[in-house]
Design a binder for this molecule. Structure first.
Ligand code: SAH
Length: 261
């Protein structure tokens, strides 16, 4: 590439794990790109779609190690864009759902790098779907809220108003909530949420490690502890859980999720 030419960066969602859930557009870009910068939640089967001479760079979190600082990831993306025509920034699920895709897009935009976002199937929808739980159901209310449960760990985020959510949203879908589950559940209960409302925690949804526990809210923490569920997991709380139709649940894909946390 010429010195002042800058390649394009695609912010691509790779879906929740099952490679069959990758969009046609994501698949095409992964197979064509010159450089691919990827996260922890991308299974190796997805990386294998890339061509042999594709420049692969891991910028995720490895077990027991800190994640890459965002500034470093931004710098990597900028550097790849100066070297390659087509760069894919691949993120688990959807790149704009709790994935810092917005920060990367803004950074690249400021640095005059052409960018395009490719939405993906987010874990908060796929995880309940792989158990046959509809993320909305008109008999279970009219609202669903997607929340990060990571707030106590990441103090830079504005804190979640759990007590208000207990009243304001019919269903809750919580990402990164497992480590913080006790606090989340007790805040919801003290905010007036029905202690018998059904809840489910779904681990490694859509891939071989898929496992879940279902319990009324007041028993959730204890059951999760007993069954030893681990990250990555999605927590779903609300009447939608009662509308589960197990016969529509797909089988998880025969791929393993790198377990990063
Ligand atoms: N951008 C991603 C979310 C990134 S935050 C998306 O749209 O799905 C990472 C969190 O997503 C994990 O801690 C977990 O809560 C959730 N997650 C991602 N993949 C998952 C999976 N296969 N099963 C369960 N939870 C998952």
């Amino acid at each position: 590439m010429t010195n002042n030419h800058i390649g394009k960066v695609y912010l691509v969602g790779s879906g929740p794990g099952d490679p069959d859930l990758i969009t046609v557009k994501a698949h095409r870009l992964i197979s064509e790109c010159d450089a691919l910068v990827y996260d922890s939640l991308v299974p190796k089967e997805v990386l294998q779609i890339a061509k042999d001479r594709c420049d692969l760079t891991f910028v995720g979190k490895r077990r027991g190690h800190h994640s890459f600082p965002q500034a470093k990831i931004n710098a990597v993306l900028l550097e790849k864009a100066t070297r390659y025509e087509c760069v894919v920034r691949l993120k688990g699920g959807d790149p704009f759902v709790f994935g810092r895709g917005g920060e990367e897009a803004a950074y690249l935009h400021i640095h005059k790098v052409p960018i395009e976002v490719v939405p993906g199937v987010t874990a908060g929808i796929a995880a309940p779907a792989y158990l046959g739980i509809p993320v909305t159901h008109r008999h279970a209310g009219s609202s669903v809220t997607f929340i990060t449960g990571h707030e106590l760990v990441d103090q830079r985020r504005p804190s979640v108003k759990w007590k208000s959510l207990a009243q304001a949203s019919d269903s809750l879908v919580i990402y990164m909530g497992l480590h913080n589950l006790e606090h989340i559940v007790s805040s919801l209960l003290s905010g007036g949420m029905d202690s018998n409302i059904p809840a489910v925690v779904i681990q490694q949804a859509t891939v071989v490690g898929q496992n879940f526990i279902k319990a009324p809210l007041h028993k959730l923490v204890e059951e999760v502890r007993q069954k030893n569920l681990s990250s990555p997991s999605i927590v779903v709380i609300g009447r939608i859980v009662d509308y589960q139709v197990t016969s529509c649940a797909p089988s998880p894909a025969n791929v393993t999720m790198p377990i990063p946390f």
